[in-house]
Design a binder for this molecule. Structure first.
Ligand code: PEP
Ligand code: MG
Length: 561
């Protein structure tokens, strides 16, 4: 039997280490009462012991963490130690003969409901109380602590799937590689793993057979997990992070043609890291991360501060801010509808502003204020999920009313790609969201690993849509710039194809900048046009990729790509 499991490669690099599996979510304890002869003092003491254990664990983890995650862990530790929570749980044990786990669960539910009724900042804390609840219940019922594990040593994380909230707490210093049983190439797990430079393979068949303590070798480029790696291969990689080619300066083809190489970021810290990686600017600022995980909209002041932090990192350069892209896999309780039958085809992206124009207005207020506070940064604004020329016109008009002149659209709906000439009558620029464009062109949910062979921007149909978008831009008055900000931009081989199709800038996770810049620097405009034609001529995605790799072999081989 082979020792190699295969999946979908989503973040390159090789790493070897010990498996730590993601714990199962903590289930609600049954509503049972203590027997008549139960020792109530002992039950009450077990709550106190759980509080001590969980607080100590969180405090120790905070000591090992840095930055925002250290702050979150310290705050959660303080919340676990809050005497009112344990006092209410003990009261439920004594008065209602509740089991300790059930008593903690109900006490925390009550505390969370009270916080939610207060609204605003307090309502945000309800989530933290539920996190503390799960930790205490896990301790009381002998389960593992929930969330991304922190075993105190580097490890390979194995999970069925990772929620955005989990991935946000990953520590790139100790997470050597990620292996998941589900997830597609443009799922959140994949995007975040690439952003953090962690090798990752998703949709791995047989990943559930991996157990804590196993040693595996993960190859994030080949999409393999070797469950019986040779000891010398493990020793050679042990504990090492993969090396990345660095980038600094300008993106240029071998013939001098400029191709702006930009970064995708979600907050000020990521923008600073991107600037340090040499990015020429930001091609996609995903603003929704400020809104996600909250029960209420951030205030204009809060938004302004967050946007200004990103602009400040790129003084003298360009930052393309995308307005809120909520809905589908990024639901927001105050904005998006629950229970849509097909959320990816529902009220998401710019469409949320139809019923809530005020949320977009306040966001544009904040963007305009941030731009005024950081006058050295060139601010462009774009809307997600634009489908028609009228939507583009409406958005551009609203931006201009806020003094934001450089307003454009994301092209991620096939209709906008095919009709781009009319979209460009209004939009000053476009950025191709190839993750969603692929999802909609191929009718393949981007989060589903089972559809990974369809979900690739190498699909010739997707390349045709990109070509149509660029043709529309070139036919527009003065020519309009078209960038790519989907994950396709960070594929160093596909980058040459995209440029050949007429794309003028590429925005990606900063760890990809070095490889993309190196391939482009060794390729001329003519060759980019040639490989674009080769790829569009291919009958399917695999053939397109193979043919382009062959055509660029003299460029790729010396670079080890
Ligand atoms: C895209 O769809 O390609 C894109 C960049 O947007 P997101 O991944 O945030 O949906
Ligand atoms: Mg998108």
């Amino acid at each position: 039997m082979t020792s190699v499991l295969t999946g979908v490669p989503v973040s390159s690099g090789r790493a070897a280490g010990i498996v730590v599996t993601m714990p199962a979510p903590v289930a609600e304890p049954p509503v049972t009462t203590l027997t008549d002869d139960a020792d109530l003092d002992q039950a009450a003491d077990s709550v106190a012991a759980a509080v001590t254990a969980v607080t100590t664990d969180l405090t120790e983890r905070a000591g090992r963490a840095t930055g925002a995650s250290a702050d979150v862990l310290t705050m959660t530790a303080a919340m676990a130690a809050d005497p009112s929570l344990s006092a209410d749980a003990v009261r439920r044990i004594r008065d209602e003969r509740a089991t300790p786990a059930r008593a903690v669960w109900d006490a925390a539910q009550q505390a969370a409901a009270t916080l939610e009724s207060l609204g605003g900042y307090m309502a945000e804390r309800a989530r933290d109380v539920r996190d503390v609840r799960d930790r205490l219940v896990a301790h009381l019922t002998g389960q593992r602590q929930p969330g991304v594990p922190d075993p105190g040593h580097p490890f390979v994380l194995v999970a069925h799937d990772l929620a955005p909230a989990d991935t946000a707490t990953l520590n790139p210093e100790t997470t050597l590689a990620i292996v998941t049983g589900s997830g597609g190439p443009t799922s959140h797990t994949a995007i975040l793993a690439r952003a953090l430079g962690i090798p990752a393979v998703v949709a791995v068949a047989g990943s559930e057979s991996l157990a804590d303590g196993d040693t595996v070798l993960v190859d994030g480029a080949a999409g393999t997990v070797d469950t019986a790696p040779a000891p010398d291969a493990v020793a050679a990689l042990a504990g090492k992070r993969p090396e990345r080619r660095t980038f600094s300066g300008e993106g240029r083809l071998a013939d001098g043609t400029r191709v702006e190489l930009l970064a995708n970021v979600a907050d000020g810290a990521a923008a600073q890291a991107a600037a340090a990686s040499g990015a020429e600017g930001v091609g996609l600022f995903r603003t929704e991360f400020l809104f996600l995980g909250r029960d209420t909209e951030p205030t204009v002041a809060e938004q302004t501060e967050a946007y200004a932090a990103v602009l400040a990192a790129f003084a003298g350069h360009k930052v393309v801010i995308r307005t809120l892209d909520a809905g589908a896999d990024k639901p927001l309780p105050f904005l998006t509808a629950d229970g849509e039958p097909n959320p990816a085809l529902g009220v998401r992206g710019l469409r949320t502003s139809w019923a809530h124009p005020d949320v977009l207005e306040r966001q544009l207020d904040a963007i305009a204020a941030a731009a005024a506070a950081q006058p050295q940064t060139t601010v462009w604004v774009m809307a997600p999920m634009v489908a028609t020329p009228d939507e583009a016109a409406g958005f551009v008009e609203r931006c201009q009313a806020h003094g934001l002149e450089q307003a454009g659209v994301m092209v991620e709906v096939p209709a906008a790609a095919l009709r781009s000439r009319w979209v460009f009558e209004h939009a000053r620029f476009a950025s191709l969201g190839t993750n969603d464009l692929t999802q909609y062109a191929m009718a393949a949910d981007r989060e589903l690993g089972d559809l990974a062979q369809l979900s690739t921007p190498w699909q010739p149909a997707v390349l045709d849509l990109i070509a149509a978008t660029c043709a529309g831009a070139q036919a527009s008055e003065g020519g309009r710039p078209v960038g790519v900000c989907g994950e396709a931009a960070g594929d160093a081989v596909l980058a040459a194809v995209l440029v050949g199709l007429g794309v003028t800038s590429l925005s990606m996770t900063p760890t990809a900048l070095g490889d993309v810049a190196a391939v482009l620097a060794a390729t001329t405009s003519d060759r980019c046009a040639q490989v674009a034609a080769i790829a569009r001529d291919a009958r399917d995605a695999a053939a397109a990729r193979t043919a382009v790799r062959e055509a660029l072999a003299d460029v790729l081989e010396p670079l080890g790509l």
